[in-house]
Design a protein around this ligand. Structure first.
Ligand code: ZN
Length: 237
């Protein structure tokens, strides 16, 4: 479903967690780059199920969508050290709540800085300089490492530190969740929306038992609330 079919750029590496945002980013990248590799991080996340979901998404994309033919190698990086250096509700059995600094305690400090730096190091030896991620500062939970300023200054640091010009692209940066659902549908049609609903995972609690119209989840954690609200807004638009 390419619109005006601009010429494809060469290679990109997508930070792909198996969540809604990175799944839409992956479709975006596949329609713009000839070869798209993916990287995921195992950091002992409580919603470890997302690592299973991401494999299902990759195999479905390759099997069912002609525009996904550029899907290349997938890389999983063991980052369980994150759980040792940060006590957060994403890596241990704490309840998700707001902390004194106004951030939900699901925040793993500097997570995206680590993710992109590691992705750049992997990309370096694979001849890739375009890194793509689903960060969004519109209706994010206040995570400072999702801000465009953070991401773009990191791109500059990585370029300097690796002496190679890297780009970090964040196509969802200024979209709200309703717009992300809409973008997914524009990129891949209703079949792709169905893939996102059925297989992408956002719920912090790792719940894959309860099914809502927007997908699986507990329906109550901040990630489910955001996803549900965005889906409803998109449906009612
Ligand atoms: Zn949830």
């Amino acid at each position: 479903m390419l619109e005006a079919s601009p010429p494809l750029k060469t290679k990109a590496l997508v930070l792909f967690s198996g969540g809604q945002d990175s799944t839409v980013c992956l479709a975006w990248a596949l329609q713009r780059y000839r070869l798209v590799e993916t990287i995921g991080f195992d950091y002992g996340q409580r919603h470890h199920i997302e690592l299973v979901c991401r494999m299902q998404i990759l195999s479905r994309l390759a099997a069912d969508f002609s525009w996904a033919s550029g899907l290349g190698e997938d890389h999983i990086i063991d980052l369980r050290v994150l759980g040792q250096i940060s006590e957060t509700s994403l890596t241990s059995d704490m309840a998700i709540q707001m902390a004194d600094n106004g951030l939900p305690n699901s925040f793993v400090p500097g997570r995206n800085l680590l993710f992109f730096t590691l992705a750049a190091a992997l990309a370096y030896r694979r001849g890739i300089t375009a890194l793509i991620g689903g960060m969004c500062e519109t209706d994010y939970s206040g995570y400072p490492d999702c801000r465009n300023d953070t991401i773009q200054s990191l791109a500059q640091s990585i370029s300097l530190g690796m002496d190679r010009k890297y780009e970090i692209l964040t196509p969802l940066m200024y979209l709200d969740k309703a717009a992300t659902w809409r973008l997914g549908e524009e990129l891949g049609g209703p079949d792709f929306t169905e893939l996102v609903r059925q297989h992408s995972h956002s719920c912090y609690m790792g719940d894959r038992k309860q099914r809502f119209d927007w997908g699986y989840g507990c329906g109550a954690c901040p990630a489910c609330e955001l996803r549900a609200r965005g889906y409803a807004a998109w449906q009612n638009a």
